[in-house]
Design a protein around this ligand. Structure first.
Ligand code: SAM
Length: 284
């Protein structure tokens, strides 16, 4: 009896701007599979046409992923070879596909990655920020209050932080990051990677925020924002200096005023200085 070979799901990365970044292997697989599950079939049609790929496509997006996954897993069970792509970059990275991949793996179907472009990794590779450990945070909440609340949870994070952001929120996002992490924190803003107007700005959050606020061109396109992790050594040095200044000022000023000025001079957090003064007073 003729048995169909086992089905397989390929998770294929597509370019984030420059079409030449579609790998030879990705092209071969996209041409050879029975079906391509695409986040937006119309959007992907342009890419596929560019490479003369005529494979049939089916839409798989966040609104239908649950029901379509079951259907696709059934086809994989029957021996189909299926490729999953998103609009740009690596599927599942701030893109649909997680449910399908999980369902396929739970059904015992082989899932194979076909790696390629990913905006966060491309940005990290060119940012010059520590890259041995990093945290991918994806998109921040859209509203400022929720965004700041989330950023607060990351204040002490020592690893490099990576965020995705859109053109209509980048200005607010930089302002909130500067407000929460402090304007002096080092950051890199990677815009339109691999495209004609690719720009990678490097500076403090205060500098980047001012630059983007004053230059409309720097608010256009797609962005990856990378923020240096909290530097434990540097923060400790600021605190030592802050406490020294606080002690001097406290001889002449009320503690709250002394803490405010010492924080301004040293860059250490005001509350930490004020609390350290209280702790000293509490000593027997
Ligand atoms: N799956 C994609 C990947 O692998 O990076 C990410 C998809 S997510 C819906 C889209 C976001 O990725 C954009 O809003 C932007 O933050 C970032 N992005 C995508 N392409 C980019 C590019 N060429 N330059 C900078 N950021 C980009």
């Amino acid at each position: 009896m003729n048995q169909r070979p086992a089905g397989k799901l390929f998770v294929v990365a597509t370019p984030i701007g420059n079409l030449a970044d579609l790998s030879a292997r990705a092209r071969e697989i996209l041409s050879g599979v029975d079906l391509i599950a695409a986040e937006d079939t119309r959007h992907s049609a342009a890419l596929l046409a560019q490479f003369g790929i005529t494979t049939r496509t089916l839409a798989l997006h966040e609104h239908n992923e649950r029901e379509k996954s079951a259907e696709l897993v059934q086809r994989l069970r029957e021996g189909a070879q299926i490729a999953l792509i998103s609009d740009a970059g690596t599927p599942l990275v701030s893109d649909p596909g997680f449910r399908l991949v999980r369902a396929a793996r739970e059904a015992g179907i082989a899932v194979s990655p076909v790696p390629g472009a990913c905006a966060s990794i491309a940005a990290l590779s060119a940012a010059g920020l520590p890259s041995d450990r990093f945290v991918f945070e994806g998109f921040l909440p859209a509203k400022s209050a929720a965004r700041c609340a989330h950023l607060q949870t990351l204040v002490g994070e020592a690893r490099t932080l990576i965020f995705y952001e859109s053109s209509h929120r980048i200005e607010e996002c930089l302002r909130d990051c500067a407000g929460v992490f402090g304007g002096e924190r080092h950051a890199v803003l990677a815009r339109e990677l691999t495209k004609l107007y690719e720009t990678i700005l490097d500076g403090t959050l205060a500098q980047l925020s001012a630059r983007v606020a004053s230059d409309a061109d720097q608010r256009r396109g797609e962005f990856v924002l990378l923020v240096a992790g909290a530097d434990a050594g540097e923060d400790a040095a600021k605190l030592v200096e802050g406490r020294r200044v606080f002690e001097i000022l406290r001889r002449e000023l009320p503690p709250s005023r002394a803490a405010k000025l010492a924080a301004e001079i040293s860059g250490a957090p005001r509350k930490a200085l004020y609390d350290s003064g209280k702790d000293a007073e509490d000593q027997p």
